[in-house]
Structures are given as structure tokens and as C-alpha cells.
Design a protein around this ligand. Structure first.
Ligand SMILES: Nc1ncnc2c1ncn2[C@@H]1O[C@H](COP(=O)(O)OP(=O)(O)OP(=O)(O)O)[C@@H](O)[C@H]1O
Ligand SMILES: [Mg+2]
Length: 333
């Protein structure tokens, strides 16, 4: 049952009302007792009982959320993250209960993310480890010869493992702030050309073209980190763009913002995945089914780096097909 004082937003006001009401009742009982010629002791006793009853009734609900919160905090500390407290009052205790529930929600979400991360990491590590183990067992049992082709496959699995582990370390350093940026101002053209040169070594069948407007456009940031961001976008684009098609790298300045774009003619990203590709380990079904590429950490790392620079990153679908990845950084001041 709701308490009549629930609507009040301050404990001080509630207590004042309870005290004043108790004093008024005591005086009234005293007056009535006097008129009926009751003894002083009897009048005091009756007044005290009625005042106490009133305080009990009116103050009900003021302290019970605190007791509930004490129990809930103990449950929370013991690992039960589903526990919540209910409070109908609008005072400090009610607001504390709301803050408590909010904290419990956040803890629950963090715990869910932690469990997801462990599950994803284990899954991603298990696949190459199982493949390596199976191959090595065959070699040890004499079923297959350790010829160069087999050793290359094994090396590829080990490289995949190494890449995953270093990406995870990188992400954890970025998230914990343990990887400060070494910012300088440098030409955007240098960045895009370096990435394009590197990418054409890995994907000789893909054309990479670079356009920077104006040519001497400067960007401010950590050159290595920004190289890492653009290189990941270009690597993804080269992976998805069809043979013979190109990947376009652009940089231009507008409204105090330096924008980088990496555009390809691949299948693009389905609209429901446009935001999700920046989540750790997220890959679209298309990427999963090809078994190419990495574990889905590249864009999560890219987003951290861009946000540390005070910028934004987003994926857009091109019409009729293709993907445009856009990175916006504040212009050098
Ligand atoms: N240019 C693109 N065209 C189509 N899909 C893309 C493109 N870029 C990214 N994606 C989708 O986003 C997913 C996540 O990309 P991300 O770079 O984070 O991971 P990855 O390339 O799969 O692995 P990693 O970068 O860790 O080696 C990809 O698996 C793919 O599904
Ligand atoms: Mg990638």
C-alpha cells in the first residue's frame, strides 16, 4: 500500500510532518483527557501509544527500502547480479534505490559482456589450436608427411593465433587507457599513400587509388594508430571488393573536420549490421561463411582509436552495392 508521504521528495520534510502530527495528536489527546477528567499518567500513556502508532504508519516505507538495499547489496556481493530493490517513495531513499538498481543493471551488463568475451576468445583460440593439433597428430602417427605445404598451413594457423592474441592485447591496452597517443600534425596524403602501397603488396589484384583534397591537407593524430585504422578499413575493403574492381581512399576537410573515406564495390554491409560491425568479434554471415579474414576485432580496435582522437567512425551502404567506411577527425587547430 502506498504511503501518503511517498510523494514528498525530502526525508527532512517527511520527518517534520511526522513530528508535528505527533505533537498535535499528543496535545489533542491531553485536552480530551483533561475534559474527561482522566489522570495525567493515563493521558500520557494513551497519547504516547497513539503518537507511536501514527509514526509507525506514516514513516512506513521510509526505512524499509534501506533494509532491502542492505540485503540486496549482500546478494550482489555474493554474485547474484539479478537482484533489484523496489521503492515507491520520491525522497532520497527512493532515489538511492533507483541508483542502486541502475548500478546493478550496469554490473549485469558488464558481466554479460565479460562472459561473451571469454566465450568468443575461447572459441576463436580453439579453432586454430584444434586444427594444429589434428595435423600434428597425423604427422606423429605417420599418416601424413610433414611436407612444405602442410607446414605452411600450420604456419598460417599459428599466424592467425598470434594475430588474435596481439589484437586482444591491443584492445585491452586501448580500453584501459594504457596506450597513450603520440599526436603530431602530418600530411593526410602520406598516410593514405603508405596504406595503399602496403595494401597493394598484399592484394596485387586490387587497384588502390588515393585522392586528397586539398593535396596538402594536414591531419592531427598518432600516425601509427591512424595508419592502423585506415589499414584495417582498406584490408577489409580489399577482401570484399570483387576481382578487377578498386578500393578508393579519400581525404577532405569540411567544417573543422578531416574526413577519411574507404570505398569499395563489394557486397556492402546489411543495414542491420552497420553499427554492429564495430562490436568485438562481430562478423556478418557473409564474412563467416567465407572463412577468410580475421576474428572481427579490427573495427572494434579502429573505433577505440578514432574515439581516443575525439573522432567518429561509421559504416555506410552504397547504392546499389558496396561499402563506405567514414572516419571523421577534428581538424588540426
Ligand atoms: N568493406 C566491407 N564490406 C563488407 N563487409 C565488411 C566490410 N568491412 C567490414 N565488414 C564486415 O565487418 C566485419 C568486422 O570487420 P573487422 O575488421 O572488425 O573484422 P575482420 O576483418 O573480420 O577481422 P580482423 O579485422 O580482426 O582481422 C567483417 O567480418 C565483415 O563482416
Ligand atoms: Mg578487419
Amino acid at each position: 500500500m502506498a504511503n501518503p508521504l511517498d510523494e514528498l521528495s525530502s526525508i527532512k520534510v517527511k520527518l517534520s510532518i511526522v513530528i508535528v502530527a505527533a505533537v498535535v495528536v499528543t496535545l489533542a489527546v491531553n485536552e480530551i483527557g483533561l475534559a474527561l477528567n482522566f489522570r495525567a499518567g493515563f493521558r500520557a500513556g494513551v497519547a504516547a501509544i497513539i503518537a507511536l502508532g501514527m509514526v509507525q504508519l506514516m514513516a512506513r516505507g521510509m526505512t524499509s527500502p534501506l533494509r532491502k538495499m542492505e540485503t540486496a547489496a549482500t546478494q550482489l556481493a555474493n554474485g547474484d547480479l539479478s537482484v533489484r530493490v523496489s521503492s515507491h517513495s520520491a525522497d532520497e531513499v527512493g532515489r538511492l534505490a533507483t541508483a542502486f538498481n541502475h548500478m546493478a543493471d550496469e554490473l549485469y551488463e558488464l558481466d554479460r559482456q565479460r562472459r561473451d568475451l571469454v566465450a568468443n576468445v575461447s572459441h576463436e583460440l580453439r579453432t586454430p589450436i584444434s586444427a594444429l593439433r589434428a595435423t600434428l597428430e597425423n604427422v606423429v602417427d605417420g599418416v601424413v608427411e610433414p611436407d612444405p605445404a602442410l607446414l605452411r598451413t600450420m604456419l598460417a594457423q599459428i599466424e592467425r593465433l598470434q594475430r588474435l592474441v596481439s589484437q586482444l592485447l591491443d584492445l585491452s591496452r586501448l580500453e584501459s587507457g594504457g596506450s597513450p597517443l603520440h599526436k603530431i600534425t602530418f600530411p593526410a596524403l602520406d598516410l593514405l599513400e603508405a596504406v595503399a602501397d602496403e595494401a597493394s603488396l598484399h592484394s596485387p589484384d586490387v587497384e588502390f587509388d588515393v585522392v586528397v583534397e586539398p593535396k596538402d591537407l594536414d591531419v592531427s593524430g598518432d600516425p601509427e594508430r591512424l595508419h592502423q585504422v585506415i589499414a584495417n578499413l582498406v584490408e577489409n575493403a580489399a577482401r570484399f571488393t570483387p576481382e578487377g574492381a578498386g578500393v578508393h581512399l579519400r581525404a577532405f576537410e569540411q567544417d573543422e573536420t578531416v574526413t577519411f573515406e574507404v570505398v569499395d564495390d563489394g557486397p556492402g554491409i546489411p543495414s542491420e549490421s552497420l553499427n554492429r560491425v564495430f562490436e568485438r568479434f562481430y562478423r556478418t554471415d557473409e564474412a563467416r561463411s567465407t572463412d577468410e579474414g580475421g576474428s572481427g576485432l579490427g573495427l572494434a580496435i579502429a573505433r577505440w582509436i578514432v574515439e581516443l582522437h575525439g573522432g567518429k567512425i561509421r559504416a555506410e551502404q552504397r547504392d546499389p552495392n558496396g561499402c563506405r567506411m567514414v572516419v571523421e577527425l577534428p581538424s588540426p587547430s
